[in-house]
Design a protein around this ligand. Structure first.
Ligand code: SF4
Length: 152
């Protein structure tokens, strides 16, 4: 069966920074009969609830910085991502929660160190790891739009 890695909050896990979820029944129906492999790098690394973080273009590349402390939180997220994909080398599709600095595929915001918006089409850290491994990756909203297109 096709293996689909998916942001756990989209399945209804209350792992968002604010302790809520992003359950999306329309998305789950559109995915059909697949094996879902949920992930949440931020809950694993920092627990829930937690302060938010943003992608920031630094002299050391694009990093995820805490909005509460400015601390660079990238390493735990990247370590989780690498271990997840190492454990599941046969993932056919990655579906990420839009706009997340960890899971967004082409919808995350990236700021300068002066907090100017540089892009709203960046890849979050876990999505970057998926893309670097050649895994097909898509934002949840774009996946649903593409399914609507297929139905017409
Ligand atoms: S968007 Fe990603 S990191 Fe954020 S709660 Fe959902 S699965 Fe976790």
């Amino acid at each position: 069966m096709k293996k689909v890695a998916i942001s756990a909050c989209l399945l209804g896990e209350a792992c968002r920074y604010d302790g809520r979820d992003n359950r999306n029944d329309v998305l789950l129906e559109a995915l059909g009969d697949v094996q879902l492999l949920p992930f949440c790098p931020e809950d694993d690394a920092f627990g829930t609830p937690r302060p938010t973080m943003d992608l920031v273009a630094t002299g050391n590349g694009v990093r995820a910085l805490s909005n509460a402390t400015g601390e660079d939180l990238s390493e735990p997220v990247m370590t989780y991502a690498k271990a997840f994909f190492d454990r599941h080398p046969d993932i056919a599709l990655f579906v990420g929660k839009d706009r997340s600095p960890s899971c967004g595929v082409c919808s995350a915001r990236c700021y300068s160190e002066e907090k100017e918006l540089l892009s709203d089409k960046a890849a979050g850290l876990m999505a970057q790891e998926a893309l670097s491994r050649g895994i097909e990756a898509v934002d949840a909203e774009i996946f649903m739009e593409s399914q609507k297109g297929d139905e017409q």
